[in-house]
Write a protein that binds this ligand. Sequence first.
Ligand SMILES: *Cc1c(COP(=O)(O)O)cnc(C)c1O
Length: 216
Amino acid sequence: MTIEENTKAILEELGEVKLVSVTKTVDTDRINQSIKAGATIIGENRVQEFDEKCDCIPPCEKHLIGHLQTNKVRRAVELFDVIQSVDSLKVAEEIDKRAGEIGKVQKVFLQVNIGNEPQKYGFGTDEIADAIKDIRILSNIHVIGLMCIPPYVSAEEARPYFRKMKSIFDELKQENQGNIAIQELSMGMSGDYKVAIEEGATMVRIGSGIFGKRDY
Ligand SMILES: *Cc1c(COP(=O)(O)O)cnc(C)c1O
């Protein structure tokens, strides 16, 4: 299957659920094939890699989905429509500051460490509610969604994590007011997106399922 065929088949299967075409390590020619086939959102993991490619990518919505270092925030705010990987209050505050400097309101998702894994980025499941209270006062960021990467297990074993994430999503939507306007739930990748959708994902992030195995 070609990149175009893969993209079209997945878009058809997803219906209302949004697709983020994950383009880390993928060259611009192949990215453009996915966009030509109908992909409207691309997801990149690293600011610098995207900075080198972005001039050759046609208009589309650009999402950052990888961990963001503080010293890269200024450029990330210039480049990305949405930063899905806001994983600490410190990063949120830096985004707020840099967005303010260029007169932008930055759309973000908050990343939840749904398995509470020590080595993983994201707000813990019992930290996220308090984090939202702190983020509420950051007027240059607009929280429009939640993102998670469950522990590295089979799709069926990931199901309880997706289910827990959906219940956190439903709970936090009660906080919607002012700059908190949570409406997207970004979860599910090539290996487990079907399960994620069954459990309530509104957006999935698919890389290898479109572009094939990554060549690092
Ligand atoms: C790489 C990546 C994906 C896509 O992974 P695939 O298994 O190739 O679909 C999704 N989300 C994040 C955060 C990633 O880093």
